[in-house]
Write a protein that binds this ligand. Sequence first.
Ligand SMILES: [Zn+2]
Length: 292
Amino acid sequence: MAAANKAASPVAPFLRATPSDTAASFLRDAPIKAAGAFFIDTHCHLDAAEFDADRDAVYARAVDADVAIQIVPAISRDNFAAVAATCERYSGSLPAWGMHPMFIDVHRPEHLADLRAQIEQQRPVAIGEIGLDLFVKNLDAATQEFFYVEQLKIAKEYDLPVLLHCRKANDEILKQLRKIKVRGGIAHAFNGSPQQANEFIKLGFKLGFGGAFTWPRANNLRRLAVSLPLDAIVLETDSPDIPPVWIGHGRNAPGELPRIAQTLAQLRGMNVADIREATTRNALEILGPITN
Ligand SMILES: [Zn+2]
């Protein structure tokens, strides 16, 4: 797609992107001083079919809400093109390449070579979405483990962080992270114990919080959201999934991120601007080469 077709972002001049902009250079060039001025949705399936009818409007609403960066993780080899097209069209939408554990039926070992080719063609901000899902029945654990481990090796080889899906599998996920030392990443939609949270943090990971903790009955998540060190937390929507309580069972969207941040601010007795600055800084620390 031609650069001229890329939807312009009204947020900030540094969001001007061209086809030659890699995700890495985008993040490298994002001035760290601006970190307080925008949100990062660290997990947003903006390419999903649920957005086919109104994706431009969903994106525009996110940008209006200062959600200037949306990380768009792929879920399978056949999905790389849709993620690439989405990130080509929208300034601030940045890809992660990977194969999701819930789709092991479509993954093939030879797709790992396609993953490498995709990384070579367009360097992503991360490898993802990868991981383990021991909650959904009939997903063969050994096959999941194979693709998880092989993709960790690729992340290490390319020195990229990882976006982890770790449902009912935190200990199994952590076990491999201790063996294959990737450069950190995000435990997306984290829902584990404080001890597991600490293990992720020790390994250089941030913990992704989104719509789930906005539900009043999510006691475990709300306790974590309050008690974890703020520098361990990043925000995400997982759009179109994991809707916050004010959406109920409807479609989630990246424009909801500020209200999710507001909920976190209320729980922690902070103001939302401080939550925004901290979580954006945390996300850049993981996803960009910005270290300070
Ligand atoms: Zn996801």
